[in-house]
Design a protein around this ligand. Sequence first.
Ligand SMILES: Nc1nc2c(ncn2[C@@H]2O[C@H](COP(=O)(O)OP(=O)(O)OP(=O)(O)O)[C@@H](O)[C@H]2O)c(=O)[nH]1
Length: 200
Amino acid sequence: MAKTGNKNVQAKLVLLGDMGTGKTSLVLRFVKGQFYEFQESTIGAAFFTQVLSLNEATIKFDIWDTAGQERYHSLAPMYYRGAAAAIVVYDITSMESFVKAKKWVRELQRQGNPVLVTVLVANKADLETKRQVENEVGEQYAKDNRLLFFETSAKTAQNVSELFYEIAKRLEKVSPSRPGGMKLHRRSQEGGRRVFCCSS
Ligand SMILES: Nc1nc2c(ncn2[C@@H]2O[C@H](COP(=O)(O)OP(=O)(O)OP(=O)(O)O)[C@@H](O)[C@H]2O)c(=O)[nH]1
């Protein structure tokens, strides 16, 4: 439950990145605390909600998990338009996915939204022996482009809560309050909801 006087913030969050980088897995780890070795590829996009309670605010995330397959690329603007935060994901075992992540960052920058909280996420950190993208390379690119940066593993849960908490903290600072205007959910493990908006 939100504390009296707490600030209520509702924020659209979008995940972008190449197919198979772990976007859905990161969201499922955050929303349900679960990980699936054989996660199906997303078709179109999937929608989830999750609430995070901070000391002074409650953040309700409306999460759009986009499909990484190239054929869905043209749909992406529908999901990042109006977003308060964007997570661009690459897979540390794939240089190609890092190149693709940089393209997403440039596309977001072209939208010219100065208040978009943008995070570069290097996922699959548990696969150290197969690493193709060094931590420092991702970190430096993020620094040069004023992005937040996290190395995560949806599999082991490394840095996943930290990622969403950091976004929530940033949104708490920049978002106007919505006193009494939002129905709040208790933070729960079953808070996710998936809808498929497009067919292949
Ligand atoms: N080892 C490891 N595997 C992961 C991790 N995250 C995701 N995977 C696996 O990578 C595969 C792809 O994960 P998804 O979450 O479907 O990736 P996605 O980016 O949503 O893929 P698209 O829906 O095609 O865009 C699945 O088999 C996952 O189990 C991780 O952190 N570590």
